[in-house]
Write a new protein. Structure first.
Length: 335
């Protein structure tokens, strides 16, 4: 810093102001200091700055199930939002959803000196996990109460919109292909589907369960195709909905003429399914930005607790839903 000051013909304090992004330096002086920095290869010492300010400009993200569509999109949105706010992201995958694995992840992030943590472990293992005290934490996708801010897509609203859409088209009831029972999001979507049917005085068929994959959707779709009473299906994510569409087609059933199908996520490919999929749109950009903004508010707050943030969902109507058939019976499945 002293070398930069000599070359630029300014004081060390002026160099410090420029290095720290302060605005109380005129444009010409700032340009001269930055030119001297470039000539000398000077870079501000982030560790020293963190020790002085008490802030590392880094956040941790603890995540499980990296391969799922919702997780990857949310991670991308978090990284984008954090970078825009001048923060680095330390990703800490948890390979097994257990209490000890979560505790180990927090310990490793503590060694890397982060200012706060966003926790994305979308599984019921978190029901009784003891979270660290004194560390700013935001929980994404939570089914239980924490003494920390919670940010999530409005799962209840999304499932209600999907179910009501099918009922409003005239279907007597709606079948459901749910995500895994260990999932908070799947559980909330299933409960909302059931509550919506009961609120409308409709029968509640037994839910089928998948693992978010299109293969599990196909298996569920084959079972649904064998039941002639099935005319409408709400599927807990678009990937399983793709499997359901394939199964119905394999059993000579037309979508939406014989069976209407609604998904959840609005992944980019949903508009390219055949038929294009009616689905519930989650705005992952908003979810990631809200998660980062909430964590930074926690980092700089005096400890005030926040109510949960629910990011709204939207029903996207395409061509996989229609009123039920009232004319000729649907074809008998082969075999």
């Amino acid at each position: 810093m002293a070398d930069v000051a000599r070359l630029a013909g300014v004081s060390g304090q002026t160099v410090s102001r420029v290095a720290n992004g302060r605005q109380n330096v005129d444009a010409l002086t700032r340009a001269r200091v930055k030119d001297a920095m470039r000539q000398l290869g000077y870079r501000p010492n982030g560790a020293a700055r963190a020790l002085r300010s008490g802030e590392f400009r880094s956040i941790g993200v603890i995540v499980f199930e990296l391969s799922t569509f919702g997780t990857t999109r949310t991670l991308d949105a978090i990284a984008t939002a954090a970078t825009a706010r001048g923060y680095a992201v330390n990703l800490m995958p948890v390979l097994a959803a257990s209490r000890q694995a979560v505790a180990d992840a927090f310990a490793r992030l503590g060694e890397q000196a982060v200012d706060g943590v966003i926790m994305m472990i979308e599984a019921h293992v978190l029901d009784d996990v003891q979270l660290p005290v004194g560390l700013p934490i935001v929980v994404v996708h939570a089914g239980v109460h924490y003494d920390h801010p919670v940010v999530d897509t409005d799962q209840t609203q999304g499932a209600r919109l999907a179910t009501e859409h099918l009922l409003d088209l005239g279907h007597r009831t709606v079948w459901h292909v749910a995500g895994p029972p260990s999932s908070f999001a799947a559980d909330q979507r299933r409960r909302s589907w059931e509550q919506t049917l009961r609120g409308r005085g409709r029968d509640v068929p037994a839910a089928l369960f998948g693992d978010w994959s299109s293969a599990s959707g196909y298996d569920a779709g084959c079972r649904l195709a064998a039941d002639p009473d099935v005319t409408a299906v709400f599927v807990a994510n678009d990937q399983m909905a793709l499997g359901v569409l394939r199964a119905l087609h394999a059993h000579s059933l037309s979508v939406p003429r014989d069976v209407s199908v609604v998904g959840f996520d609005d992944m980019e490919e949903a508009a390219q399914f055949w038929p294009p999929l009616t689905t519930i749109r989650q705005t992952f950009t908003d979810l990631g930005r809200r998660s980062v903004d909430t964590l930074l508010a926690e980092i700089h707050s005096t400890g005030t607790r926040h109510t949960p943030h629910a990011v709204p969902t939207t029903l996207i109507r395409r061509h996989s839903t229609a009123p039920p058939r009232t004319a000729s019976p649907r074809p008998t499945p082969p075999g």
